[in-house]
Ligand binder design. Structure first.
Ligand SMILES: NC(=O)c1ccc[n+]([C@@H]2O[C@H](COP(=O)([O-])OP(=O)(O)OC[C@H]3O[C@@H](n4cnc5c(N)ncnc54)[C@H](OP(=O)(O)O)[C@@H]3O)[C@@H](O)[C@H]2O)c1
Length: 214
């Protein structure tokens, strides 16, 4: 059976994976870019944007595994964009431009389904109103035997963890305190019992924690 993986999921010391006040100009709300500074310097991030350069240290080695063996992604509607309620702007096609970095089918969970969006480079966004189990069934079918990545945001990752559908979770703890936003861990008390856990702190100051189903 293909595995369900979460990668490069950045949380503040107080457990927030995004700030408050998400908007078109501020995808992470008041958190700004602070949760992902560790990632921007890596070769993996540069490659994701089709750019040369970037550091090749431990952060990069861990970040770079996000795409290996992935055949589909599932994300929540708020990771796709800041619109809420019925879609008013069908022209806007997500934060990633015409050629998004996913290059696979992407299943966007939403209570407001709309026709699929076929982008350049192999990414097609499918908008589905489904339980995590049903969305995963569809994503697995589309992934053709490869793994499925849960891309976030925090409420979507939390729902898949609560349903015990995640096999590998890579969290990056960033030494900042956000104070408000959307938490990852709420309702997941004792989750550590289900996983083998390892952690490493890199010179940049973030701690990578991996939760792997034994
Ligand atoms: N820290 C990180 O590494 C990281 C990674 C990815 C994203 N993010 C950030 O996280 C934020 C978004 O996270 P979030 O927790 O606010 O939202 P989210 O998980 O992206 O999306 C939640 C929304 O998806 C829809 N949805 C979720 N489950 C559903 C289901 N089973 N059926 C139907 N619809 C469903 C609902 O929207 P509707 O009811 O409106 O349709 C729900 O409000 C953004 O700021 C993004 O930039 C952070």
């Amino acid at each position: 059976m293909s595995r369900v993986r979460v990668h490069n999921f950045s949380v503040s010391l107080d457990g927030f994976a995004t700030g408050e006040g998400q908007s078109l100009e501020a995808p992470f709300g008041h958190a700004g870019e602070r949760l992902h500074q560790w990632f921007f310097g890596t070769r993996a991030f540069h490659a994701m944007r089709g750019e040369p350069g970037g550091g090749a240290g431990v952060d990069d080695a861990l970040a770079g595994t996000w795409g290996d063996g992935i055949g589909a992604e599932i994300m929540g509607r708020n990771k796709f964009g800041p619109q809420r309620g019925p879609w008013e702007d069908h022209e806007w096609t997500g934060w990633w431009g015409t050629n998004p970095p996913f290059h696979t089918p992407v299943f966007v969970l939403t209570h407001h389904p709309r026709p699929p969006l076929e982008m350049e480079g192999g990414t097609t966004f499918h908008f589905v109103d489904a339980t995590p189990e049903e969305a995963l069934r569809q994503a697995r079918e589309a992934a053709g035997g490869l793994d499925v990545r849960i891309g976030g945001g925090p409420s979507t990752v939390r729902a898949f963890l609560a349903a015990d559908l995640v096999d590998h979770l890579h969290v990056v703890v960033v030494p900042i305190v956000l104070g408000r936003g959307e938490r990852l861990w709420d309702g997941l008390e004792g989750i550590e019992d289900r996983f083998h856990i390892e952690s490493v702190t890199t010179p940049g100051g973030v701690t990578h924690v991996t939760f792997t189903r034994p």
